[in-house]
Design a protein around this ligand. Structure first.
Ligand code: RIB
Ligand code: CA
Length: 324
């Protein structure tokens, strides 16, 4: 029986790869995809979901909803410097041999339900069966929690890509992007009591593809998903090379999906985590309390992935996304 999942996402190149991984994995049944502002404004995130879905044949029953257009309290800060202004690596720059656009503009339905409406419908259909995988800021989940009778309490599990526990952040020295973008949402989710598994930078940075590996995996392919992997990562690889000195693309969001596919890929530790929401230099920091026993401030409020079998995780992603 496949695991039924909802994916909440801010595509984003790695989000796009995570969505494609989920749709190409028989272990998962993607019942809904909802969007949230983050890497790009939410309207662009929604366009990008439809553009990515045009590469595959998604389930006819797949529900799509649009979520928050801004964080709970912070102004929106995007990551288009890394993901491209379109959020998918500037796909419109690419042409086929005959000069036609390699990627068509998506056609969206005239009316889209909200993320909350989609979640409520899914939880009505599948109470206590659904795993919510969040790949962007936690604004939609925090907003749902604000309603006392929110159906999100019927989620079976929540797997969230986010945070940096024992490693530096990727936006500031303290903070990872998804948490930094909406720290108030992340703190509300961390203290909510939901069955939360965090997939932080600590493990995500160990699952990455170099430019050379991507070139090898995508050379001569006729598979649209494999070609997308090569096309969509070029801008991010150039940015990483310029800023980090190495053309490496981290698979943060695909790893969160991979953990839903195969939980044995990571080692989890119960931790009490709080999110700094106001610090001028530490806003968005996920502060874990590793102390045990009496000295510990509070009991654990989540499970965090503290180790990953990086080789096995990368092999799973490559096996599902890369075809000749
Ligand atoms: O820090 C990495 C996370 O922030 C990923 O989800 C990426 O897509 C961005 O949203
Ligand atoms: Ca993301």
């Amino acid at each position: 029986m496949p695991t039924r999942v909802i994916i909440d996402t801010d595509p984003g190149v790695d989000d796009a790869l995570a969505i494609l991984l989920a749709l190409r994995s028989p272990e998962l049944e993607v019942v809904a995809i909802t969007t949230v502002c983050g890497n790009v404004p939410v309207e662009q995130a929604t366009r990008n979901v439809f553009r990515v879905l045009s590469l595959v044949r998604p389930p006819a029953s797949l529900l799509i909803g649009q979520g928050a257009s801004r964080p709970l309290l912070r102004p929106l800060e995007t990551a288009t410097h890394f993901h491209g202004t379109d959020g998918l690596g500037e796909l419109d720059r690419l042409r086929n041999a005959d000069g036609s656009p390699r990627y068509q503009q998506p056609t969206l339905p005239r009316i889209l339900p909200t993320a909350q409406d989609v979640w409520n419908e899914c939880l009505r259909r599948y109470p206590r069966e659904l795993t919510l995988i969040t790949l962007g800021p936690l604004t939609n989940l925090a907003s749902a929690l604000a309603m006392d009778t929110s159906p999100v309490r019927k989620l079976r599990a929540v797997i969230s890509m986010g945070g940096a526990l024992a490693v530096p952040g990727n936006v500031t020295p303290a903070a990872e992007f998804n948490i930094y973008a909406d720290p108030h949402a992340a703190e509300r989710v961390a203290q909510s009591g939901l069955p939360l598994t965090l997939i932080p930078l600590d493990v995500g940075t160990q699952v990455a593809l170099t430019r050379d590996a991507i070139r090898r995996l995508t050379a001569e392919t006729t598979d649209p998903v494999t070609r997308f992997l090569g096309d969509a990562t070029a801008i991010a690889l150039a940015f990483a090379e310029k800023t980090e000195g190495a053309a490496v693309f981290p698979l943060h969001d695909p790893l969160a999906v991979a953990v839903a596919i195969d939980p044995t890929l990571v080692k989890l530790a119960p931790l009490h985590v709080e999110v700094d929401t106001e610090g001028p230099t530490t806003r968005g920091k996920t502060v874990a309390d590793p102390r045990s026993g009496g000295s510990r401030k509070s009991s654990p409020n989540l499970q965090a992935a503290v180790q990953v079998d990086g080789a096995r995780a990368l092999a799973l992603v490559q096996d599902r996304l890369c075809r000749r």
